[in-house]
Design a binder for this molecule. Sequence first.
Ligand code: MIC
Ligand code: SF4
Length: 657
Amino acid sequence: MGQTLTEKILDDHLVEGELVPGEEIGIEIDQALTQDTTGTLVWLQFEALELEEVQTELAAQYCDHQTYQFDFKNTDDHRFLRSAAGKFGAYFSRPGNGICHQVHKEHFAAPGKTMLGSDSHTPTPGGLGELAIGAGGLDLAVAMGGGAYYIEMPEIVSVRLEGELPEWATAKDVILELLRRLSVKGGVGKVLEFTGPGVETLTVPERTTITNMGTELGATTSIFPTDEETKDFLSRLDREDAYVEIGPDEDAEYADEIVVDLSELEPLIATPSMPDNVVPVREVEGTDVEQVIVGSCTNGAYEDILPSAKMLEGREIDPKTEMIVAPGSKQASEMLAREGWASEMMAAGVNFSEATCGACIGIGHVPASDSVSLRTFNRNFEGRSGLEDDNVYLVSPEVATAAAIAGEIVDPRDLAEELGDLEAPGIELPDEYYGADTDIIEPENAVDDDLIKGPNIADVPLKDPLDAHLEGPSLLKMGDDITTDHIIPATQDILMYRSNVPKLSEFTLSRVDEDFADRALDADGGFLVAGENYGQGSSREHAALCPMYLGVEGVLAQSFARIHKANLFNFGLLPLEIDEETYEKIDEGDDIEIVDDVAGAVRSGAEEFTIRVNDEWEATGYLDASEREREILADGGKLPHTKMQYDQSGSGTPADD
Ligand code: MIC
Ligand code: SF4
């Protein structure tokens, strides 16, 4: 039987297990990516594991999320990261050089390789045939140390693209259409592999918009085969050597097939406040828009901003609307500036930001109260913009720019008809990409050879092995689709404590209940209760580490998001699945007891656990975990577990994980 593209790459990198959906597999990682807000813990844990040098072919440390450096703590983090890259052998991309996924695509993404990144949008280079997966920082530290990365073998789903995009429909509409059909949970446990004749009609930057935002489906990753487009893109980057031809066998079998006819797509929009609340733009036409932002890791490339610049040439944006361009990389800014497009946009009224995540996580450009913001980003979770009751819509650069011109939401086809002289800009690649090379420091030119820790950089707390007896209150009861932005928000006031877990913990779940941290500390133990898809969104391991620091012992949820569940194991928190009836019956404040020897049952492979509530009624909680995850959980988390393994093997490198 033939293989899918995903199976081929996994097979090439397999160190443990079999490629059977649902079974745990261990794979070797070629490339590693980390950024400023997850990277500090990555290197602190790399150090705690007594690892000495990066073992992957390549590792890159980006500084992109908080580049305004409002507080010395941010700048100290960046200096620490530069020193860690120097000491351990990673590339260092300076603050302001651009968003990790965009800069990685420009400099390092390579077909056929595996990549692990401590950011949930790591799958972006899937658009070039790289199998790239997002993970928690501790998993990344271990993989960079030469250990395998373990995941449950996903199902491989074919997304068959047919036809060609009509004018004004874009790659963003392809992924919005998938979100409309599948929802934010639709990709959990799956890899989306793009196939069919429509693939060759899309340029690489369009493909990476789709793979980037495949994360919003909950997918493990998304990937395209390589072809002449990929080769051409790499040669424009002056990296044609990285090209390899890879794709599925003709007789490859997929678990499922989804067909998208590109020629039927039209401009779409995700309405507040979930990326899957998707409707045609025409359904919400006429809504006043006060802010428009083009940029981010989804649509911040040169090829994303250029259409917007073309639409604005010789025009002005509406006086009541502010328009900001947040480029994905300094390279994109430099090229647009040298070619005169940036000045064209400025003349139209656009404000150019530095190349940073910034506004995407509420750092700068917070919308006005009770206003509408249209963004080309990938997430519009409530409050993520920095405003609690925000109204953030997700769109393509074309729809965003049309709104900036009109001052209201408008389908660009209707605006073109009204204006008479507005042409669909389409996608145009530059002959060659150039610039911004000075902002990447190669490991051999490292500035520092020892770690520089400022006063806010604290050690990573450790947990004791899992107790035999777990009992405590139900500390908080939450609904479906709780994001890691709810658990540990990423706004500036909180983000600056990412390297200081004791301080950061004070903000745990504060967006849901501002007294949560105090209550959890007072209770000295207890459980979180949630509905479906608990922990969706970002990869930030702080969302497990901070509850652990506050004494939380486990989470009872109807289902979990992939990366967050792995993070719960990594920090020794028991993730038990419960059915809807149990979820409905448990109230906040109830006394929860997990009956019998929990640690022993976890180690011995028990899948069902009795949950006793208020000493009055009982229900079953299910533990879906591999043998390896069970050992990690019982040892109190992956850090103590891995250290124990090194001690036993007497070696300084990870023997298995
Ligand atoms: C996000 O988009 O939510 C982030 C901020 O990039 C996170 C990483 C983080 O929390 O630092 C992600 O996607 O993993
Ligand atoms: Fe940065 Fe936003 Fe992309 Fe996350 S989703 S990497 S915050 S631009």
